[in-house]
Design a binder for this molecule. Structure first.
Ligand code: MLT
Ligand code: ZN
Length: 470
């Protein structure tokens, strides 16, 4: 029944909406930012511009039993947007309109293809604030952020994407369109389907419009960089700051390996014995913020910091952030393989998790660098290699090391993904963390929205035999 699906879609939606066979851009829809060398070419990509177009695609594909893989900006790190079962890619990249910003109701109504950073700039022009700040905010889309329930450094104080989504319009497999949620600050009259859709990585439906909660823009912010000799001292400082009752908006940690890779690239001259950095950001009214900044700076000194840098001016703050923001690109530049995990452990186990990552590195001979959102216990464990990425043995070795990291994380009471999602790359490790019963209930939930198993098949849950023709 899938014969000539491309022709049918072209006739119904217009040739301008289709990136079809032979088109130079088609290959782009078979890749994302995940560390997978494989490439999964779709039959075509459909670039929808409206909910009606999205609904038509889902109706046509359901009738013809063609798999559909939704895609935002393609910046996901876990393969969630890869069309592993073939079929077509449904891209929302052309749905870029900010439909409304209401400073009184503190909401924005947006299409899913809006780039997250553009939404932030638009609301900031009205003294409003959309806090979630994934590292990819300059090129990721808000729809993709909802699909993965993206986090970011500011999640420590402000929470993750889910906390900011009040309402959704979703096109379902088969073509039905569902609007759920509310425009009000509170509301409990329905089951919380909005929360139910957030983080489902396009396996339940395709988001076509979002109602986003906004906050007043914080009047002032300051950034503090504490440099420590090692991770245990930095970890103890983080715990002490939290016990002091401080509530910065950002609390980030990076280990010695991360510092060493970034050291030659930053304007800040790291002390030679820097073994860990803690990046802290506070915001609020200028007076209270200055008090917090001074207190944190002094406490870092007391707690053994080798150097402390505090910045309040935007340019200075950007220079401090550089030390953190450049870590991931520096690792990508320096290594042929970079498997970046985003495990999350209870805050009190961070130092132990880093020690266990060192053990995995020593046992496997694979280099590591760990940085991330320490305030949330969310650590980016990077496994690094300069071996041939196309060699299956090399890849098997990398993923065996990743599995060890997952096992340690779960043993410490953690979870496999704090913010990047499960997608394809973590799918088969889910049983390390979740019971068969829990996985079974999730399968039933998925089947309710997508009984034919055609929407983003092969993602999020471990494969069942014969369930997906990957
Ligand atoms: C980050 O926090 O920097 C990202 O989530 C991970 C990355 O870009 O490596
Ligand atoms: Zn992150």
């Amino acid at each position: 029944m899938s014969d000539d699906i491309v022709g049918v879609l072209e006739r119904e939606l217009g040739a301008g909406a289709i990136v079809g066979p032979g088109h130079e851009r088609l290959d782009d829809y078979g890749r994302d930012e995940s560390p997978l060398p494989e490439f999964y070419p779709p039959l075509c990509a459909v670039l929808v511009e409206s909910v009606d177009m999205a609904s038509a695609v889902l109706r046509i594909c359901a009738e013809r039993k063609v798999p559909v893989t939704p895609r935002g900006a393609g910046s996901g790190m876990c393969g969630g947007a890869l069309p592993v079962a073939g079929g077509i890619v449904l891209s929302t990249e052309r749905m870029k309109k900010i439909l409304e910003i209401d400073a009184g109701d503190l909401i924005a109504r947006v299409e899913p293809g809006v780039i997250t950073g553009h939404l932030q700039e638009a609301v900031e022009a009205q003294q409003l604030f959309y806090p979630p700040d994934p590292a990819s905010l300059e090129y990721c889309s808000i729809g993709g952020n909802v699909a993965t329930n993206a986090g970011g450094p500011r999640a420590f104080k402000y929470g993750v994407t889910r906390e900011y989504i009040l309402g959704l319009e979703v096109a379902l497999m088969g073509g039905e369109v569902l609007r759920c949620g509310r425009r009000t600050a509170k509301g409990v009259t329905s089951y919380d389907l909005v929360a139910g859709f957030v983080g489902t990585e396009g396996t339940f439906g395709v988001i076509t419009e979002l109602l986003v909660k906004l906050l007043p823009y914080p009047p002032a912010a300051a950034t503090i960089l504490g440099v420590f000799s090692d991770v245990p001292t930095a970890g103890a400082a983080i715990n002490a700051l939290l016990r002091d009752g401080l509530r910065p908006r950002v609390l980030e940690l990076a280990d010695k390996n991360s510092v060493d890779y970034v050291r030659p690239k930053t304007r800040y001259r790291f002390p030679a014995n820097a073994g860990a950095i803690v990046l802290i950001e506070v915001d609020g009214e200028p007076d209270t913020m200055t008090m917090q900044m001074e207190k944190i700076g002094m406490r870092c000194d007391d707690l053994g910091a080798i150097d402390v840098l505090a910045a309040t001016e935007p340019a200075e703050r950007r220079a401090v952030w550089e030390a953190r923001r450049l870590i991931s690109p520096a690792l990508k530049e320096g290594w042929k393989i970079k498997v970046n995990e985003d495990v999350c452990v209870p805050r009190g186990r961070i130092v132990e998790m880093l020690a266990r990552v060192d053990r995995v590195s020593a046992e496997t001979g694979i280099a590591t660098a760990v940085f991330g959102h320490a305030g949330d216990g969310n650590l980016h464990v990077n496994l690094l290699s300069n071996d041939n990425p196309d060699d299956p043995d090399v890849r098997a070795k990398m993923w065996a090391a990743a599995e060890q990291v997952f096992i340690h994380c779960v043993a410490l009471g953690g979870t496999l993904s704090g913010e990047h999602g499960v997608g394809l790359t973590k799918r088969d490790y889910i049983p390390l963390e979740q019971s068969e019963q829990l996985i079974g209930w999730q399968r039933k939930w998925k089947a309710m929205w997508d009984p034919q198993g055609l929407l983003n098949p092969g993602k999020r849950l471990p494969l069942q035999r014969n369930a997906c023709s990957e």
